[in-house]
Design a binder for this molecule. Structure first.
Ligand code: SAH
Length: 342
């Protein structure tokens, strides 16, 4: 049996087979076709939207790849008030969004109680919506409080599953084992969990990507966020090259075949390195898009990497633009919470 069919029927391959798939473009057409077939079996032509609210760019961490790292003095820092966050939700809800993702740096000014209060407010105003948090590593008891406040989902990319690679990307005080533990804790607490990694981050090898697959097989997340690494000028990786577009698409297809049910976003980073990156992402197995609902005046400041798209548009414009893009790729946006179909 050829590798693509084997992956599709077994949802697994040997390390050597994964490496072969990752390194050889002759499989790409078959991979893409198989991934699209599987996504249509599970999710039809539906594309789920997540309204992303980047509510603070303050961060206590100094991740070497990230533009809002604490040591970057060139960032103009901002925080949204509770009222501003609720306004973003209001705008989003009117536009048909039924999931809100609250993302930020690790900003200690937002206490656990404050986050719980915001979650409770959103859930009581919009009981038909899912709330996702993406605010970094916390203690298990804090995650439990978030869950009790009504948070449904949590996104925490593991970034890389390989210890030595993790060390190249992060300062001493952060650890891969803690990050992984956070993900297991979140799962145990009943969150729908999203993990993921950057493609082409400095020092990444194809073996590291296979290790990411193995970690994901163990974790079994509901969502997997992957996108190309893109350098940011004010980071130690400012002169590194961006992750490869084709390799990112190939990995999306592999992930769809490995985890047929998984929620797989066509990320903003993918749309940044190629003009129709998100459309291609959808055609290669992705089924989620996360448009920005943050107030337009702050978008420029939530700059994780250089050249980020959609920083100038209002939410309504984004929604219209995506409608056309998704349709052109052969899919359809639905106004739905977009829960995982396991
Ligand atoms: N503080 C939160 C949110 C992080 S930002 C947390 O720790 O989870 C969301 C994601 O953006 C990160 O997990 C990382 O994978 C991605 N990211 C950061 N810098 C990037 C860059 N230079 N290129 C591409 N993606 C990047």
């Amino acid at each position: 049996m050829d590798l693509v069919s084997k992956l599709q029927s077994n949802h697994d391959l040997t390390d050597a087979e994964f490496l072969a798939l990752l390194s050889d473009d002759s499989f790409d057409e078959a991979l893409c076709k198989a991934a699209d077939r599987v996504r249509r079996e599970v999710y039809g032509d539906e594309v789920f939207l997540r309204g992303l609210i980047e509510f603070s760019n303050y961060c206590k961490n100094d991740c070497f790849y990230c533009g809002i790292r604490c040591k970057n003095a060139n960032v103009e820092r901002y925080r949204l008030s509770t009222e501003e966050i609720l306004e973003c939700c209001d705008t989003g809800h009117k536009l048909g969004f039924r999931t809100f993702v609250l993302q930020s740096g690790e900003d200690m000014a937002f206490s656990d109680d404050k986050i719980c209060e915001i979650v409770r407010l959103i859930k009581s105003k919009y009981p038909d919506c899912a709330v996702t948090l993406s605010i970094g590593e916390k203690e298990k008891e804090t995650y439990r409080a978030f869950k009790q406040a009504g948070a449904d989902r949590y996104l925490l990319r593991h970034e890389t599953a390989t210890e030595e690679h993790y060390r190249k990307l992060h300062p001493e005080n952060l650890s891969l084992s803690h990050r992984k533990q956070c993900l297991y804790n979140l799962k145990e607490l009943g969150f729908q969990v999203g993990a993921g990694f950057m493609v082409g981050s400095p020092g990444q090898t194809l073996e590291h990507i296979v290790a990411d697959f193995r970690f994901l097989q163990d974790l079994k997340p509901d969502m997997i966020g992957i996108g190309p690494f893109i350098p940011h000028k004010d980071t130690p990786f400012g002169n590194e090259k961006a992750g490869d577009f084709i390799l990112t698409l190939r990995i999306l297809s592999i992930l769809r075949l490995l985890f047929p049910y998984v929620l797989l976003p066509a990320t903003t980073a993918l749309g940044t390195i190629h003009p129709t990156g998100r459309e291609e992402g959808l055609k290669h197995g992705a089924n989620v898009i996360m448009p920005n609902l943050s107030p337009a005046k702050f978008r420029e400041q939530y700059s994780l990497y250089d050249g980020k798209i959609c920083t100038g548009e209002e939410a309504a414009e984004c929604r219209r633009c995506l409608e056309v893009r998704v349709k052109s790729a052969g899919y359809r946006i639905v106004n739905d919470r977009g829960d995982v179909r396991k």
